[in-house]
Design a protein around this ligand. Structure first.
Ligand code: BGC
Length: 450
């Protein structure tokens, strides 16, 4: 027996995002987002998939909430589709879209589940992209106006807010690597977008504080760990850059009011500068109530001259991998969490995403996803180690409640603890659902026993 036990205060949950599950893309006055445009551009998303229907949670949320209730989660993290509220990003409110979220949040609360609301999980209104998107500073104000509108509208109902989900993906993955919407490939553009996202986050926090809305606010950067292949200084430095691109780039401005010099110097060598105007860093450097951490994978890595952007080469030391081909690296979860505590202090942390892609299907009404259970056990063990080492963990939310539209991978990659048949939209609880339910109800699991 190897029992991993959590305190009674630990909050358990599951997460999703609007474009990945809602469907109803043209319903009730929703405006188009950059993900509608991108997914309908040939060649951008695997198999030409898009989020028009997804899990149809827009119509099936009552069923989904019953599944959450039976699971026993305390918190459900979802995101609001900005273009359902403001179809053109600003201006006229779409009452029907707003009503949907009121009904949905009321139903969650009636069922004893606390809503955790992400304001931006990647579906920028297309009308704003047409004016330059996150490259244009006007988008910062548009976001802050939308955020403030939501704070007012849901004051007292939603008490946990996340401004931006994974700013690294929104900036570098989407505007430099080009894999996600809007799909550009300029490093300077990506650096601008990253800065403007941090400003949008800061502005939203300011609006939240200025009107003394009830509840807590934070953001959810993605993290990753890179372990030096050797003790050579060049390998250590390479890994520092690789992790720093995710962590320091998006944490230092918020927690320290400055960008990390080692990264800024590196980017300057590439001819890139961050477009900081007077006063920007003060706006970004707002105290937050919690930070949301998303963690999936890590690697061993080493220096390689002129390799990719950061002169870093990942070394495959024979990891087990998920069906997304991501390394399973639970040690990195522990290390990222302790690094955050060491560098940024005792900030309360919610794990806002952690989970794995396994594509097991339904056989005789059952989904045997033991590999997902193993992944979750390993990562929860790392989490417990972090807690025992003083990291201030408030809760753990797995990604994801449902199989869903996995961005550039379409419906080909499954992260849910509930299987969704994308033809019939039938939900089937996977073995991992039952395992998670038992873990939540016990507050512990046995690491060894299967
Ligand atoms: C995102 C999710 C995504 C998950 C798995 C995160 O990057 O926030 O929307 O589905 O990882 O790729």
């Amino acid at each position: 027996m190897a029992i991993i036990e959590f305190s009674k205060e630990m909050r358990w949950g599951a997460a999703t995002a609007a474009y990945q599950i809602e469907g109803a893309a043209d319903m009730d006055g929703r405006g188009p987002s950059i993900w509608d445009t991108f997914s309908k551009t040939p060649g951008k998303v695997l198999n030409g998939d898009n989020g028009d229907v997804a899990c149809d949670s827009y119509h099936r949320y009552e069923e989904d909430i019953q599944l959450m209730k039976e699971l026993g989660i305390d918190i459900y993290r979802f995101s609001v589709s900005w273009p359902r509220i403001f179809p053109s990003g600003t201006g006229e409110v779409n009452e029907k879209g707003l009503q949907y979220y009121h009904d949905f949040v009321d139903a969650l609360v009636e069922n004893g589940i606390e809503p955790m609301c992400t304001l931006y999980h990647w579906d920028l209104p297309q009308a704003l992209q047409d004016k330059g998107g996150w490259d244009n500073r006007e988008t910062i104000d548009a976001f802050a106006d939308y955020a403030e509108f939501m704070f007012k509208e849901f004051n007292g109902k939603i008490k946990k807010w996340i401004t931006i989900n994974e700013p690294w993906c929104v900036s570098f993955l989407s505007n430099y690597i080009g894999l996600h919407a809007p799909g550009f490939t300029s490093l300077q553009l990506a650096a601008n977008v990253a800065h403007h996202l941090l400003l949008a986050h800061g502005e939203a926090v300011l609006r939240f504080r200025n009107s003394s809305f009830e509840g807590e606010i934070g953001y959810a950067p993605n993290t990753e760990w890179n372990e030096p292949f050797s003790n050579k200084q060049e390998d250590i430095d390479a890994c520092r850059r690789a992790t720093g691109w995710f962590v320091e780039w998006f944490f230092d401005p918020v927690f320290k009011g400055s960008y990390p010099k080692f990264m800024v110097d590196w980017f300057e060598q590439k001819g890139v500068t961050v477009p900081i105007l007077d006063g920007d860093m003060d706006i970004i450097n707002q105290p937050i109530d919690f930070v949301g951490i998303n963690y999936y994978t890590g690697s061993v890595a080493r220096y390689k001259e002129n390799h990719d952007l950061l002169d870093v080469e990942k070394v495959d030391i024979g990891y087990e991998k998920t069906d997304f081909d991501w390394n399973i690296y639970p040690e990195g979860f522990y290390k990222v969490l302790t690094k955050i505590k060491d560098q940024y202090g005792d900030v309360p942390i919610y794990i806002t995403e952690n989970g794995a892609c396994y594509n097991d299907g339904v056989e005789n009404g059952r989904v045997k996803d033991q590999r997902r259970i193993d992944y979750l056990k390993q990562h929860l063990t790392s989490l417990k180690r972090a807690i025992d080492n003083g990291v201030n963990i408030k809760g753990y939310l797995t990604w994801s409640l449902l199989d869903n539209f996995e961005w550039a991978e379409g419906y080909d990659k499954r992260f849910g603890i509930i299987h969704v048949d994308f033809n019939t939209l039938k939900r089937t609880k996977k073995d991992s659902y039952y395992w998670y339910k038992q873990t939540i109800s016990n507050g512990w699991f046995d690491m060894v026993y299967k």
